[in-house]
Design a protein around this ligand. Structure first.
Ligand code: 13P
Length: 287
């Protein structure tokens, strides 16, 4: 069964750890993340971007696959199925499709419009028991065609959006999707501390989890981050393991071309990455 992300994130914020959101792209990705969460006895959030939703034949296909997999694999840890960086219409479609959590990314709208659209979703999600993530201050970098410059959030705007009744809030603090450039200045802990003070108990979300040094992750958690999104790192791990397999000529040996063999090293690499992140975020044993 899917659950809203609310309870797991409130517990994480109170317990000073973070729950990982790992984005999914297909069956192997989903299975790897669910099995690792179960093995580590950790709550988990499966993230689906609008592009990945389209790739997987629509949000209802994704919801059906995830629900069936939880059942078939006997997954008992809390799992939330979450729309990542959704449009307003995308949120409505995911709510209809059976997602248990959505993110409305209104960060590119003027604050008044972000407030108006977020308010409408707060009402709808509240009625359905679905968690809602809002964003203030763009996350830098490029993800699925969404490009942001990485501006830091205004703490007062964060408070205005938090007060609408969203479940969790993503605040831009100099974080970037994808790999961090060599001249990256690091996270703005000053912004994070100011936002944290304004929004009180609300769980904060750190996007762009790939490549943030461990000490910065720990400090961010200590300042109120309770959800950390990781996407690119699983993709890189999958690609590297698959490359190694093919470069070693293993696909040419015996039945090495069988997709269940060909995709196995990448699958294991995703599992290892997710395990490492759960350990770093402190969510192991917290299911
Ligand atoms: P990365 O791809 O940098 O890990 O970011 C993931 C993310 O923030 C998804 O919303």
């Amino acid at each position: 069964m899917l659950v809203s992300a609310k309870e797991m994130l409130c517990k994480a914020k109170a317990g000073r750890y973070a729950v990982g959101q790992f984005n999914i792209n297909n069956l192997e990705w989903t299975k790897a993340i669910l099995l690792t969460a179960q093995e580590q006895n950790s709550p988990v959030i499966l993230g689906v971007s609008e592009g990945a939703g389209k790739y997987m034949c629509g949000f209802s296909t994704v919801a059906a696959m995830v629900k069936a997999m939880i059942n078939e694999l006997g997954i008992t840890v809390p799992v939330a199925l979450h729309l990542d960086h959704g449009t307003y219409e995308g949120c409505l479609r995911c709510i209809d499709a059976g997602f248990s959590s959505v993110m409305f990314d209104g960060s590119h709208y003027p604050i008044a419009e972000n407030v108006e659209k977020t308010s409408a979703l707060v009402k709808l999600c509240g009625e359905k028991g679905i968690s809602l993530e809002a964003e203030v201050g763009a996350i830098g970098g490029e993800e699925d065609g969404v490009v942001g410059a990485g501006e830091c959030a205004d703490p007062d705007e964060c408070k205005a959006i938090a007060d609408l009744g969203v479940t969790m809030l993503a605040a831009g603090i100099g974080n970037i999707h994808g790999k961090y450039p060599a001249n990256w200045k690091g996270l703005s802990f000053e912004t994070l501390a100011a936002v944290s003070e304004k929004v009180g108990d609300m769980p904060l979300v750190l996007h762009g989890g790939t490549g943030i040094p461990e000490d910065m992750i720990k400090k961010a958690i200590s300042l109120g981050v309770a959800k950390i999104n990781v996407n690119t790192e699983c993709q890189l791990a999958f690609a590297a393991a698959t490359r190694t397999y093919i470069e070693a000529g293993k696909d040419l040996q015996g039945k090495g071309f069988d997709p269940r063999k060909l995709l196995a090293p990448g699958f294991e690499a995703i599992k290892a990455t997710v395990k490492e992140k759960m350990e770093l975020f402190g969510s192991v044993g917290k299911a």
